[in-house]
Every structure is written in C-alpha cells, then in structure tokens.
Design a protein around this ligand. Structure first.
Ligand code: GLN
Length: 198
C-alpha cells in the first residue's frame, strides 16, 4: 500500500517529522510520499498528518489565514491520524488559555502553554508510554502542560501531568519525538492499520 503523509510546514521540525514518517513506513514495508503543508488543498490528499512544535501562536494564525484549519478538522473527523507535538498539541487543543492561539479543538484537553518552560527550559526524560515496551527518551522544550483532560486516553505522565494523550485519531505529545532516533511514537500514531486508505 502507499500512503500520503502531510507535515504542517508553517514552522518547526518539519524535516525531522518527515524522516521519522519515512522510517515508520519503510519498517512496515509501505510506501509513503511526504508533502509539506503550507497552503490549503494539500491536507485533503493526506492519509496521515503531523503537526510539529514551534510557536503555537504563529502556527495557529497561519493555519487559519491559509484556510488549512478547517481541512485539519475534516481530516480528524474522517478518522485519519494526526500526530501533534508540543506547539502542535497546543494548537490542536480545546483551549490553550491564550487569546493569541486559535485552537483547532480536535483534542479534548486544555493546556498551559509554557508551564514546564517556566520551571526549566528543556530537559530529557525516560518516559513510560502505554503501548511501548521500553521507556521513550522524551525531549521537552518549553513544553506545554496539559491541565484538564476530557474524553482522552492518557498514554504518559510526567510529574503527575499528562504528556502524551490520545483522542481517537489524534495522538499528541508535550515533548518532541521527532528529535530522537526513536520513531516509536510516530509508529503509534501512524500504524498503517489505523490509516484510512482505499
Ligand atoms: N511553548 C511553545 C508554544 O507555546 C511550544 C514550544 C515548542 O513547540 N517547543 O508554542
């Protein structure tokens, strides 16, 4: 089978996400075409979607301005997988507690944008994640804190706070799985059997 994956390329670790997606597809013997998403019209062609970290205010503003935001909502409503990392999690959330962020509302959580960042700018921690046999080396950079969770599955916690959650086809992390060689989070998000392909 062959898949099309989109990486929201407004800002952030775009090539790292693309590389991780390609490795997951290869490991499963699948073909994948990765497309960068900068304007409307690309997301409707994508089976998988990834929304990297960066600055959530900038990313959400551009998603709205370019008309990509409703396409991402449709993607999720169709049950197609979305991996949202760090700023991507903030943008995907129901409420980012910041007027400068226009949330997509596809992930039933509220967040505090820079909560970990206020304590310590960045750190790495081995994280137990539901669905993974071994701890995941999680890199946190000015990471958001998930404050309230609605109808989501919490896959990992750090310091008593959710840092990886799943809401149907949406998998979101407060950390940056694309910044390690470990592609198991991408694999969890995009296991080919989850993808909607004809
Ligand atoms: N805290 C940043 C924001 O609000 C996200 C940081 C990140 O993506 N590394 O957008």
């Amino acid at each position: 089978m062959s898949f099309t994956a989109g990486v929201v390329a407004v800002q952030g670790d775009v090539s790292e996400h693309a590389a991780a997606i390609e490795r997951v597809a290869r490991a499963h013997g699948e073909e994948v075409t990765v497309r960068e998403v900068r304007e409307s019209g690309v997301v409707p062609d994508c089976d998988w979607l990834s929304m990297p970290g960066g600055e959530s205010t900038t990313i959400s503003r551009l998603l709205q301005r370019e008309g990509i935001a409703p396409e991402v909502r449709d993607h999720v409503a169709a049950g197609k997988p979305l991996l949202a990392t760090c700023a991507g999690l903030i943008v995907a959330s129901r409420d980012a507690n910041d007027d400068r962020v226009e949330e997509l509302g596809v992930l039933d959580v509220t967040v505090d944008r820079n909560a970990f960042g206020r304590q310590v700018d960045s750190f790495e921690a081995p994280l137990d994640v539901t669905g993974l046999d071994e701890p995941f080396p999680a890199v946190f950079i000015r990471a958001p804190v998930v404050e309230e969770v609605g109808d989501v599955e919490v896959l990992a916690e750090w310091d008593g706070r959710p840092v990886a959650v799943r809401d149907g086809p949406v998998l979101a992390t407060a950390f940056h799985p694309e910044l390690t060689d470990d592609v198991r989070i991408h694999e969890l998000a995009f296991s080919p059997e989850r993808a909607v392909v004809e």
